[in-house]
Design a protein around this ligand. Structure first.
Ligand code: BG6
Length: 481
């Protein structure tokens, strides 16, 4: 069987808002993340443009990574990471999004982080926007629907490209950009807020608004990519797609058509634009059928073409099943925010996400066949509750099992011929969950001693998976025992 290539990027991933804490330190402005309350699997997170008294906002403290990045960097190095995916909080650089000058303290912070990573031989893979839109863009501009936000984003990107041109080579313009195709993405990605909205999972929804915002995001991405290549031709730019792999629940032809259409729209449309430089035919069909009007100027069309990415990255946690025969298959995976009906062949996590390692091989082949560019898995992993023993050890065999089964399928995909260049499992250092705002939904190799309310020492402990992943990396994916 083929092996992972030499120089394969082994690492892990975090995002500033879920990891850093220090939410107003060193001149940082408020972002959309800072107005999302704690929640749980049963209790949806509250959102609003103002904070409420007596409510816990978990990103205030998160994993305290802003203060502990040096210690974390040493732990990542100890595991043998060759890359680390992280994000820059836009509101640390431009606190309000539209400021005349960037915030030097914010720029200096990431300079220190990138330099430390480089010093220990870890390649940073940097997301430019990961649910961290400055809140002022929501309250003063109404979010991404306003074309002026494109210029603000490009200016922010140029500022960091210039500053870190010798420290960072891999850039991801937007995290899970296609989630703006779901109502869930409206606030945290599109910056769209309507008075009276209370819950992250129950936002009033206007499709036209989301598509307008997404279109501006895609134009902004292309302009940033083009500007970045002018600054350093060695920069690499990747998509970041939330790939929700879909299967028809039955072999009835209508189920195939349903999945084909939804897969194109949800999983392929944004990467088609970002890698092929134009909206695909089925996007225009979808817009027409849903009464969406979208006009692009000649300049915007030219920019989409000129600013295409050069590698494909995606998050992969689960697959879903869809069917037209809903009366026959009533077993919804209700706790799973991605919807769908239950796949009887798959187990669920404690948060009801179906576990499907084979689907990862299927997906890798699908996306490589479609785009023929190098592929990186920039998120994958198991959110689970961990128990800490008296001696601070954590025996997370369930996580090792999940990751092992996924890496085995990655290896098979490499043998199938997929050009896979890297793997950064999510939340390598425990952090706050996006969907529920909990700390207790943990993904990490490194345990962070903090609870959902921010109580704890924030000390770091090595889990069993830490030692296991270290062996995996040292053997370039050969030793999975
Ligand atoms: C992805 C996001 O959707 O999934 C991450 O890019 C997120 O930010 C991850 O944390 C896991 O989801 P959750 O809800 O378990 O945090």
């Amino acid at each position: 069987m083929a092996e992972f290539k030499d120089g394969f990027l082994w690492g892990g991933a975090t995002a500033a808002n879920q990891y850093e804490g220090a939410y107003l330190e060193d001149g940082k402005g408020m972002s959309v993340a800072d107005v999302m309350s704690v929640g749980s699997h049963q209790q949806p997170r509250r959102i609003g443009v103002e904070r409420e008294e007596g409510v816990v906002y978990p990103y205030d403290f998160a994993s305290d990574g802003y203060h502990r990045y040096s210690e974390d960097c040493a732990l990542l190095k100890e595991m043998g990471f060759t890359c680390y995916r992280m994000s820059i909080a836009w509101a640390r650089i431009f606190p309000n999004g539209d400021d005349a000058k960037p915030n030097e303290a914010g720029l200096r912070h990431y300079e220190r982080v990138f330099s430390e990573l480089r010093e220990v031989g870890i390649e940073p893979v940097v997301t430019l926007s990961h649910n961290e839109l400055p809140l002022n863009i929501v309250t003063s501009y109404g979010g991404w629907g306003d074309k002026r936000v494109i210029d603000m984003y490009v200016r922010y990107c140029i500022t960091v490209f210039d500053r870190y041109r010798d420290l960072v080579r891999y850039w991801l313009p937007f995290n899970e950009v296609n989630n703006l195709l779901l109502p869930l993405g409206a606030f945290i990605q599109g910056g769209i807020y309507h008075d009276g909205t209370e819950y992250f999972t129950a936002q009033p929804d206007y499709l036209q608004e989301r598509i307008d915002a997404l279109n501006n995001v895609l134009i902004a991405s292309a302009r940033a990519v083009k500007a970045g290549r002018d600054i350093n031709p060695d920069f690499h730019f990747g998509t970041m797609i939330c790939h929700i792999t879909q299967y028809p629940r039955t072999c009835c032809p209508e189920d195939q058509l349903l999945v084909q259409a939804d897969d194109l729209y949800r999983n392929c449309m944004c990467s088609d634009v970002m890698l092929r430089g134009e909206y695909p035919y089925y996007a225009w069909t979808y817009f027409r059928r849903h009464g969406i009007e979208l006009e692009l100027s000649d300049e915007e069309r030219a920019d989409l073409k000129a600013g295409t990415c050069d590698f494909y990255t995606f998050s992969y946690y689960q697959s879903i099943c869809q069917t037209t025969r809903e009366d026959e298959f009533t077993d919804q995976t209700s706790g799973n925010i991605m919807g769908g009906v239950r796949n009887p062949y798959l187990e669920l996590t404690d948060w009801d996400w179906p576990i499907d390692p084979v689907g990862l091989r299927y997906t890798l082949n699908k996306v490589y066949d479609r785009y023929r560019v190098p592929v990186m898995i920039t998120e994958n992993g198991l959110g689970a509750v961990d128990a800490v023993e008296e001696d601070c050890s954590i025996h997370d065999s369930y996580r090792i099992d999940y990751l092992r089964r996924h890496i085995e399928e990655m290896r098979k995909a490499v043998d199938d011929g997929v050009d896979l260049i890297g793997y950064t499992p999510w939340g390598c250092i425990d952090l706050v969950s996006v969907s529920t705002g909990e700390m207790k939904k943990r993904y990490g190799f490194i345990y962070v001693d903090a609870d959902d309310e921010g109580n704890g020492t924030f000390d770091r402990y090595r889990k069993d998976s830490f030692y296991w992943y270290k062996k995996v990396i040292a053997s370039n994916g050969e030793d999975l025992d």
